[in-house]
Design a protein around this ligand. Structure first.
Ligand code: ZN
Length: 204
């Protein structure tokens, strides 16, 4: 575990040297352009490192992360990433990746006040409200929390698939799919929730 900034700088030099040892033109090639086929929309949680989880190198995954992997239709940061990914990079797949045990999801519904993040997490309270019967039927605690994590991913997939940039891409025949995954911290494995949308007829 690194504990000083000098450790981090030393680790950076080892990492870069390792990449060059494997592939001498690695960084030079990336400097010229990036051509990722995937956009990852995931949680900021330090235990969910996008590239590591799917074994992709720099240049292969365009990444947007925020607390609780939200895709809010009014968020300029997310929308800018989405438009660049779809219109310029022309990614083929958008992965919305939640994770079980998400602190953002639990913070949204635990009734405690934290400040600005309470506003950010409001969409999760809407998801909880819309699925209250289903959630109430589950045992309190982990089962309910895990299901809300899944329902949040499903909602964010719908948000992405309903976006005008995405619809414009489909209208011009650009191949593009939106997927919903959940990552399990305790195993390192992702589960596909089977809610993929690949065209304008959004599955309800
Ligand atoms: Zn999280």
């Amino acid at each position: 575990m690194p504990n000083t900034l000098n450790d981090l700088k030393a680790r950076n030099r080892v990492w870069a040297a390792g990449k060059v040892a494997q592939d001498p033109s690695f960084f030079k090639r990336l400097e010229g352009q990036q051509a990722p086929e995937y956009l990852w929309i995931g949680c900021s949680d330090s235990r969910v490192p996008a590239n590591d989880i799917v074994g992709l190198d720099p240049g292969e995954l365009f990444v947007h992360r925020n607390v609780a992997n939200l895709a809010p239709p009014q968020d300029a940061n997310y929308l800018s990433v989405l438009q660049f990914a779809v219109d310029v990079l022309k990614v083929k797949h958008i992965l919305v990746v939640g994770h079980y045990g998400c602190g953002g999801v639990s913070a949204a519904v635990d009734g405690k006040r934290r400040g600005l993040v309470d506003h950010w997490l409001h969409p999760i309270r809407e998801v909880e409200h819309d699925h209250r019967d289903e959630l109430d039927a589950l045992p309190e605690g982990r089962p309910r929390w895990d299901r809300l994590v899944e329902l949040n991913v499903v909602r964010q997939v719908k948000n992405v698939a309903a976006d005008v940039f995405v619809h414009d891409a489909w209208a011009r025949g650009q191949p593009l799919s939106v997927h919903g995954w959940v990552y399990t911290l305790g195993t390192g494995l992702v589960t596909d929730l089977g809610v993929t949308v690949s065209g304008p007829a959004v599955r309800r």
